[in-house]
Design a binder for this molecule. Structure first.
Ligand code: C2E
Ligand code: CA
Ligand code: CA
Ligand code: CA
Length: 277
């Protein structure tokens, strides 16, 4: 009884210590990842459903860890948010997307908007909006409106976040509401943000042609988007049936494995040559 209990506690403590060490390692590794250029962006095409033409790219973060290989964003972004490192990573991602967009443009490739994910934490930094606007002002005028920001609904709770969004909107930066349809939506706030697009979460789209409940929720949210005069990008479209159903509902844009997986930046160059927007 007692001996077993103590053994159990010891194992538990060892487990806790191992966890703590792993977290410290992850924090150290995330910090050095920025310095050692282990991050890169991949770009997923966004498509007009009626013409199948390219309308933009979403920039998605990738981390190549020297020992552990590729680590998925869902395995490090929550931790990067807890520790605040996400702010530095987010700045890097914005700069990188701007640099790659400029490079494609200078190479004579067709120009389409690139949307960059912004963490809730970044919006809570009072200087965030100004720093984004400053960066964009360094760009040639024709490129400026081609960087969009993807925001999530959880960001809408804080006053500072709202102020940041208002400043970004006043500077005419296209703003997309990400993961729409998950969790709590403050519709009165959403309607006042000056958003340009709503991104419908993958969970709403998944299997929608065969799921009556999903169809009802999806249709209701589409009516809402229409009432707010916001264009919709459906995320996570994996089948032609899903694409067809969305097209029939009047959804303009989509993104998902059915159209294209996220592309390495070198692949984007070929993609842009073959898929003129
Ligand atoms: P998200 O912003 O909702 O991005 C869409 C995710 O869905 C991406 O996962 C994308 O690869 C994946 N996806 C696209 N099409 C399909 C599909 O047809 N089926 C399925 N099952 N998945 C699809 P990824 O790249 O692993 O990113 C996961 C999340 O990590 C993102 O979700 C976003 O919340 C976060 N993230 C990625 N990059 C950044 C970044 O630069 N900054 C911040 N703050 N968050 C980022
Ligand atoms: Ca996103
Ligand atoms: Ca999303
Ligand atoms: Ca998501």
């Amino acid at each position: 009884g007692k001996a077993l209990g103590r053994g159990h506690i010891r194992r538990f403590e060892t487990h806790m210590a191992t966890q703590a060490v792993r977290q410290l390692e992850l924090e150290r590794d995330l910090r050095s990842a920025l310095i050692n250029q282990q991050f890169r962006l991949v770009y997923q095409p966004q498509i007009a459903l009626s013409t199948q033409k390219l309308i933009g790219f979403e920039a998605l973060l990738r981390w190549h860890h020297p020992e552990r290989g590729e680590i998925r964003p869902c395995d490090f972004i929550p931790f990067a948010e807890q520790t605040g490192i996400i702010c530095a990573i987010g700045e890097w991602a914005l700069d990188q997307a701007i640099a790659e967009l400029s490079y494609w443009d200078q190479s004579g490739l067709p120009l389409v908007p690139v949307s960059v994910n912004v963490s809730a934490l970044q919006l809570e930094i009072p200087s965030f909006a100004d720093s984004v606007i400053e960066r964009l002002n360094l760009l040639p005028v024709h490129l400026r409106s081609n960087i969009a920001l993807e925001l999530t609904e959880s960001t809408l709770m804080q006053n500072q976040a709202l102020e940041s969004i208002q400043a970004l909107c006043a500077a005419d930066i296209p703003l997309y509401m990400d993961d729409f349809g998950t969790g709590y939506s403050n519709l009165s706030i959403i309607s006042q943000l000056g958003l340009s697009k709503l991104k419908f979460d993958r969970s709403l789209i998944q299997n929608v042609p065969n799921n009556n409940a999903h169809q009802k929720v999806c249709s209701a949210l589409l009516d809402l988007a229409g009432a707010l005069e916001l264009e919709v990008i459906a995320e996570g479209v994996e089948t032609p049936e899903e694409a067809q159903w969305l097209l029939e509902q009047g959804v303009l844009y989509a993104q998902g494995y059915w159209f294209c997986h996220p592309l390495e930046s070198a692949q984007v160059v070929h993609y842009l040559k073959e898929h003129q927007p």
